[in-house]
Design a protein around this ligand. Sequence first.
Ligand code: AMP
Length: 421
Amino acid sequence: MSFKSLGLSESLLKAVSKKGYETPSSIQTKAIPPILEGKDVLASAQTGTGKTASFTLPLLHVLSENPKQKYRNIRALILAPTRELAAQVHNNVKEYSEFLGLRSTVIFGGVNQKPQIRTIRQGVDILIATPGRLIDLENQGVLSLKYVEIFVLDEADRMLDMGFIRDIERVMKLMPSKRQNLMFSATFSKDIKKLAYSILNNPEQVEVTPENTAVEIIDQKVHRVAKNKKTGLIIKLISEGSWKQVLVFTRTKHGANRLTKKMISAGITAAAIHGNKSQGARTKALAGFKKGDIRVLVATDIAARGIDIPLLPHVINFELPNVSEDYVHRIGRTGRAGASGQAISLVSADEISYLRGIEKLIGMSIDLEIIEGFEPDPNASTEPIKPGQNRNKSTSRNNKSKKSSRNKNSNRNRNRNRKKN
Ligand code: AMP
């Protein structure tokens, strides 16, 4: 199968070959033809499968084939849950549209809106946006979605996790009812299916087969370890393995900051990215990591969405996520588009039940290894940690009160996230 046989135009083929892609990935082979035919598509695909090109390429083809409107209106809207993902999608759109006369821009919260307004006023064909800023600018009369021909909802599952359902519903009302809709999601809960049903019109369903998903090609390993020895172990693994580019996941922002400081004290260049960091700090950390100035990037799940680093060799779960699907998202950062990578999870007694859930989801058991000097604590409780619960040792009474205030905080953060994005 070649990109040419999928029916893409010469200009797009030129851009694809400039990117160095030789053959389309599985999701591209399956999603591009129905999108070119003008059908609505519901696609199940994780990050790392080449999903961005699978909707961007045919979207650009369709827009450039159709006659231009008299005025430059927004003809395609791509909605993404995070600023990082939106920026990443925009980079892809720019690269693939290099030889077409189409204009695009990206808007997201947390940064000055003036430059965004200026660009939109000059006219764009394709708008990539996070929901909050989009609605904000529409309310201000800066943009209109009345001429949207193609609507893409990317990472729909993450959109719902981040509480964007109301915003999505509002955006839907701003677009004409006759349009092509594409929805991408890594997971399919009941809520996602409900959303798909409300957005899509007789959609073609496409999914990548298990052989092609990241999980199958990634070398996965679990190190059972006492919780208080995790930091020592991660430093040992990175130092002794001389690993140069490692993405580490923690469950909390504080955990990310704490671990980053300890790595730096141990002489490993590291930076943290999470929702409390400014957009500038996140961009700088990511650029340093991509360039190789920073060896370790410590991230929380939400901040890591949309990070696109081709051929990322190592992902370490400093803590397992309590939602099994997030494990698949996390390790999807490595072994991208056919290249193999390594995903290591440090698992303490209280995470055993999460490990079981993950193994059930991916349908395989993960190889276990205990490293001398970093053995698990035989007396530790296997009681799972609840989301938002304090992980440090403290009395159970303290734990209770901290837990309830943290839960309140996490609700607050969720609301804040919605506003920022
Ligand atoms: P995505 O799933 O869209 O985040 O893409 C994952 C990575 O695969 C990105 O770095 C893309 O540039 C790359 N990629 C996308 N399509 C192809 C392809 N057909 N061949 C090789 N790499 C690709």
